[in-house]
Write a protein that binds this ligand. Structure first.
Ligand code: NAD
Length: 512
């Protein structure tokens, strides 16, 4: 244990067998089955977790509803104070939690720390927000009347999260939902349950210290069946779901049937346009991290490079040379650049995509392959690959959650933008250029159709202050910064008559 994993697990309160259902400080036991969390780093079991069942979910739901009745009456700035302390508790646990994320999910230790930093940042953001949940005032058309709008808490927020950001996605949702006066029920990905348990323990201590009721922060570990229960549960007015487009469509249908609200953060198929006016060092650096960071398992990972024909060969050669220097291995070892993908299913999907791109006529620039032998025993380490491809290939239109990058050529900026937009997903996009006309065209209404459009920055890695999310099959949801908090509240329009007559709107006459 050269990286001190066992010590970190101990400090985070992870045992060899853990309960996976909690209303805060209380953990609920049941007859439900145990699952094991395996690390893709070495393929070994880290610990076991007892899953949620219909019955234990019901207990969590009941307690969440009770807790909401209290929490919604706590003044928002006081709720912010609780979130501030959760942010501080995360600061204290940053190294341990970052290490667990890295070990359980496979991203590099630096990215694990970065993910915890995102949680801290969103807590800070939410603290400020707790004094800024502003409504508007309007001028009434009727004399002696005042009109305004205000925002109220909506109730229990169901959070369904993906494996690739096993802790940050929860914090993005929970920190905002809590200052808004909502309570949270979180179903982490069954592929990274221990990270969920560690977070729940950190938050629960703070709620308990303030003498707050159980049920403001709840955890239900389970697979898609628990996600389905949540989606169909009319006592959960808002489901915030992060994951594949396939999952998002199912959740959206179930929530839609009961006319609930859903906030969807789904798959991306992100491209960087590299123009002939790009600063080439920056373009290569941006493309490299975007494509191989987190082993290509970010929703914002760079999957396509749309390259001007005059610089195409240069980009291709320089990228191939950069890829040849990548060191693949244990993500906790800081000399390695690329860690494993999450599991053997992900390896299969990677191999399948490489087979398909070949079948459709793609040509390898950097060949892929699964690594074996010493330090690759888990079978989850794959070589980042580059293929020359056409945007119209079926496999290029599809999000493969692995480090495979497709190169394509363009001649006019209009053509480049059409290719960038010519996929079903609409999450993140970027242009590398020092030409103001190209940059502005890309950002204009006729430019990128994505929720995120960057200039001289890659597609991956967003800051907390901006609203995060995307269009089309990415689901349309926005989380994190700007006014994303409004999704977690209900808006109420209030008109007050302080005159002694009762005029009707639109001047309608109704006299007896
Ligand atoms: P996934 O869709 O397999 O699972 C995500 C979550 O949904 C898990 O908790 C899973 O248990 C749950 N789930 C699955 N089926 C469900 C159902 N029918 N009803 C309710 N819940 C269900 O995704 P994954 O493999 O964990 O994550 C990778 C995907 O997530 C990629 O597509 C990636 O782009 C996307 N993602 C998007 C964002 C974003 O902000 N847009 C962020 C991270 C990941």
């Amino acid at each position: 244990d050269q990286f001190g994993i066992q010590e970190s697990l101990k400090r985070l309160g992870i045992q060899s067998e853990n309960l996976g259902v909690s209303t805060g400080s209380k953990w609920i036991d049941s007859e439900a089955s145990l699952i094991a969390s395996f690390s893709p780093v070495d393929g070994k079991e880290i610990a076991k977790v007892k899953l949620a069942s219909k019955e234990t979910f019901e207990q969590v739901m009941d307690q969440a509803q009770k807790a909401f009745l209290h929490w919604r009456t706590v003044p928002a700035p006081q709720r912010g104070e609780v979130v501030r302390e959760i942010g501080n508790a995360l600061r204290d646990a940053k190294e341990d939690l970052g290490k667990l994320v890295s070990f359980e999910m496979g991203k590099s230790y630096q990215e694990g720390l970065g993910e915890v930093q995102e949680m801290i940042d969103i807590c800070d953001f939410a603290v400020g927000l707790s004094r800024q949940l502003y409504g508007l005032t309007m001028h009434s058309e009727r004399p002696g009347h005042r009109m305004y709008e205000q925002w109220h808490a909506i109730g229990a927020v169901g959070i369904i999260s993906a494996f690739n950001f096993p802790v940050a996605v929860w914090a993005w949702n929970a920190a905002l939902a809590w200052v808004c006066g909502d309570v949270c029920i979180w179903k982490p990905s069954e592929k990274a349950p221990l990270s969920g348990i560690a977070c729940q323990k950190i938050a629960a201590k703070v709620f308990q210290k303030h003498g707050l009721p159980e049920g403001i922060s709840s955890l239900v570990i389970g697979d898609y069946k628990i996600g389905e229960l949540m989606s169909n549960e009319s006592r959960i007015p808002l489901i915030s779901a992060t994951g594949s487009t396939r999952m998002g469509k199912l959740v959206s249908e179930a929530v839609g049937r009961r006319l609930g609200r859903s906030l969807l953060e789904l798959g991306g198929n992100n491209a960087i346009i590299i123009t002939e006016n790009a600063d080439m060092d920056m373009a290569i650096r941006g493309a490299l991290f975007g494509a191989v960071g987190t082993a290509g398992q970010r929703c914002t990972s760079t999957r396509r490079l749309i390259i001007h024909e005059n610089v195409y060969e240069e980009v291709k050669t320089r990228l191939a040379s950069a890829y040849s220097k990548l060191v693949i291995g244990n993500p906790l070892d800081e000399k390695n650049h690329v860690g494993p993908v999450i599991d053997l299913d992900a390896v299969k999907m990677y191999e399948e995509a490489i087979r398909k791109v070949g079948e459709e006529g793609g040509k390898p620039v950097v060949e892929g392959g699964v690594l074996s032998g010493e330090s690759y025993e888990s079978g989850c380490y794959v070589k980042p690959a580059i293929y020359e491809a056409e945007n119209s290939f079926k496999i290029v239109q599809h999000e493969t959650f692995a480090p495979i990058l497709y190169l394509m050529k363009y001649s006019t900026i209009e053509e480049a933008i059409a290719m960038q937009n010519g996929v079903p997903q609409g999450l993140s996009s970027a242009i590398m250029t020092t030409n103001m006309r190209e940059a502005e065209a890309f950002l204009s209404v006729t430019g990128s159709d994505c929720g995120i459009a960057n200039v001289n920055i890659g597609t991956s890695g967003a800051e907390i202050g901006g609203a995060f999310g995307g269009e089309k099959e990415t689901g349309g949801g926005r989380e994190s910064g700007s006014d994303a908090w409004k999704a977690y509240m209900r808006r109420q329009t209030n008109t007050i008559n302080y005159s002694s007559t009762l005029p009707l709107a639109q001047g309608i006459k109704f006299d007896i």
